[in-house]
Ligand binder design. Sequence first.
Ligand SMILES: O=C(O)CCC(=O)C(=O)O
Ligand SMILES: [Fe+2]
Length: 266
Amino acid sequence: MSGMLAVVRNFHEEPVEVKRAYYTRDPARSVRYQCNQDLFQASAAKWRDTVYMDMAPTEPAPEETPAALRGIAVEYTRQVKRLGSTLLELLSEALGVQREYLEKEAGCLDWILVGGHYYPACSEPHLTMGTTTHTDNSFITVLLQDGVGSGALQVLIQENREEEERRWVDVHAVPGALVVNIGDFLQLISNDRFKSVQHRVVSKEGPRVSVACFFQTYGAAASTRVCTPIAFSDGTPSLYKSTTVEELLVSYRAKNGRRALNNFRL
Ligand SMILES: O=C(O)CCC(=O)C(=O)O
Ligand SMILES: [Fe+2]
């Protein structure tokens, strides 16, 4: 884990000339270095740079991968994939469906996108956001954060169902610990039994490094992969209509990651 954080930091701290080769928004490239993936779409830019890597179903060829990230990024993702597989079994069990349901039937582990984030040092952190408020457009996300600038990641919580009031709570980095987020796709499949959490990263002095592994569906598969709420035996009605991942992604982008699921509520 510390090795992965270190290589992501090394990449971002390379001279601009080295990083320039990977600067692209072309989804056909499996490694994409970007300052803001939603630049010109969102109303504000993020104080954050990211190197995105499509790691599954196919790992990027070594020559496509920045030298700083070769080897360790592949090994880290393999381990996270194993963890993800176990988590999906446990979540399936919790939903009362077959253990392999989420991985095999719902395809939650078909595609893994790794985002190596770097929040540069910021002299006026109160004037910007590292990551704006959003939910993840994934089934689940496994997040690794470094200890520096601890408290920068925050989740929005509601104390109890009756209370309307919500508040932001710091998610402190714990060495050796991972944060697991439920994403929008799993909220839909689980018919709201699992909730996709709203979160953000406030800017601190920095720099801060984090690595997000998104379990998602992408590319051609996104237009055919259908997300359907599980029909529970207690007869709970479906809260969402079935939708393709592609439709969800379009809606997610249009809403800048905020409450895109509402478009699919019945
Ligand atoms: O940097 C972080 O801790 C969180 C990043 C995040 O929320 C994301 O990549 O979706
Ligand atoms: Fe996120």
